[in-house]
Ligand binder design. Sequence first.
Ligand code: ZN
Ligand code: ZN
Length: 747
Amino acid sequence: MTYRFVDRLSGNACEVQAGGTLLGRFILEPFGDEAIFLNSVAISESAYCVPDLRGQWQLLQPGQERIEGTISRTQVLDRLDTSSILDVGTSIEGVISSGGTWLDALGVSPLVPGMSERAEFQDFEKFLAEHLGHLIEVCKRPRTHLRVEVERTAVSRARRVATQASSYLAAHTEDWDRPTLRAVIPKRILSLVREDQYDIYENRVAARLVDHVDAYLSRRVTEVSRLLRLFSAAGDHRSTAGQGSHWRQRRVYQLWGSSIDAGDARRKAERTLEQLKYLKYSISGLMDSLLYREVPRRAFVGTTLTMTNILANDAHYRRVADIWLAWARLGLEQSPKPEKHFEEMQALCRCFGSFALLLVIRGLEQLGIEPVDLSQSLAGQEIELTGKGARVRLSWSASDGVLRLAVDDGKPLRIVPIPASVAMLPDDGIASLMRDADVAGSLDEITLVLYPSPSTEVAFQRMEPAHAHRLHALSHEIAEQGQTKAGFLPVSPWDLTSVERIARQLRWVISAPAFLAYPPTFANPLVAEFAANAPWLKVSGPEVVVVRAPGSHEALSVAQVLEAEKSRLVALEAEHADVSQQLRMAVRDGRASGPLNGRKKGLNAEITDLQSRIGFLTSLEADLAAGVAVVQSLLACPTCASVADPRRDFKGGPGHRFSCECPDCSTQWGAEACPNCTAWIPTLLPAVTSWTVNEAEVGWLDRFLGADSLAVPYKLERGGLGYVCPSCGHGRASAGSGFTFRQGATA
Ligand SMILES: [Zn+2]
Ligand SMILES: [Zn+2]
């Protein structure tokens, strides 16, 4: 074998999967010199397993049996999704290949490029609207070729007699009615029959133009409708009527605001859509016209027109030709070639990975995490980041498109972008994908599968509700004791909340370990000396627990004591040197050395003791500083970044338990114990003025809290809030059950 077939869900090589597969899930890595063909294209570097134009894929090695499989057509994204992913992905690839930095990548918008222009009535459409009348005229009253044929017809139906009629009749007695003395009375006779022939080149041009323009308008109506939905969603986020936390609204609007004015764009899109629908209505009507019906369905016309007399000179046909030429200039009608299709599918898989990278970069930026070195180029496929008291390493692979985020003291995150239209799969297809993703994961890392958001929410309403929820849930939100669960999230340049969703996952990976690092603990024998007036420490013997950050007047005097002891050591050492000198002099002069000897011994012991004391003080100072840094990092509000007061807003407790409330925005965060298992649950909840959650609503967490959440909140029967346990899943049954609560709601 001269290749590896890798399942990207697990990252491991596996048997080649013949039969039905998922677009972009598997990757083929060739090695050695032997040629390998994927879909009849020779490949030399790793390539994604993608369908050909017929929805199949084949793997061929010279001298070996061909391996074949299918990839259902429903998984292939439509033109609009594909082109937007290609556009955004290519921009990011450009930034990386040109040695761009983090900030350059942040300059790329994760939304559909050129939205504003696409929402406008295009030049071709204006031209079409202007000359549509001519096309209608041609379809209603087409020109025809007059065809005259000689046919044997009954005498009663004959209009013009053909010249050869009499000689033919003389030879065909069966056509006689009866002979008379002087002549023959014919029954049937050869006559000239005139017929209008519609199937001429010019009419074929008109009929096919109707087809092309109809297809074009369908695409545009879909495109502008989607833009309109996007603009409306953006408009809602800005209005106070929009639901969910206003932090989330503000972020989404910021992302949007840098692109365009939503209200203006929406009005423009509405106008364009109306015009397009009118055009589409008129064009579809032409499919019922005489011309369209008379020209055979399969009559083909090449893109380059032959300018016949009629097309060049007829007042109406001339305009039809003009419309055709304008349409041809758009360059839409390229029947795809197999190689080109293969390349485009590969580019789609790569670009979806680059798009995912952009979302992660944006998400990290949103959480306040930045590169250690801002000038570092992204070309190295790895970058060190810091922020929120955490150190993080983000890496990505150009060959398989998998992203990794490693966090100090936390589980690493593995993001697998899969460009298949997962939401369009049948229920059993979704179920088996989820099963495979769960099996492929490991308990030591968090797996997140990204897939393209479907063009409408209807796709989620169509599937089993459990599947729809799971396709929006992160690994810890659907936890079950002792089992690995992969998270799934939809993302797309057409989806305003893509960044927000990724940021929710990133928040979990980065903040959860930091929350559970509370409380910092260490041991030091000297701590009792200082702890008496330090209510922020809990000391028993040498054990120290840093319960909260010290207030401004609560700092310990360790540093000063250390300084004093260090000077005392210097003095003692000087005295020791002096005594040694005196001792040497006494020995040389033959004087009594007993008392000096005793003094020196005493000094030796004193110095050793002091040195060890200084050692403990030094480590106490360092451990305290580290512990204080941990509790201090917990004081920064995750939503508004204000710093809470350690005495007023922060409450520490046994185990990992703590809670904190932001003095500015009333966001609450902390850690609490699971009532079912021994695990701890990190929590975060911004103050929401009022929201109602509908349990049936897919992706409610996305919509209401976005990135400002850790464990999933739910309402307890006895009032207050509970959180779904990320270890055993306790409380999940009631997650998101309908509840409304007001500002400052407390558990
Ligand atoms: Zn705050
Ligand atoms: Zn639990």
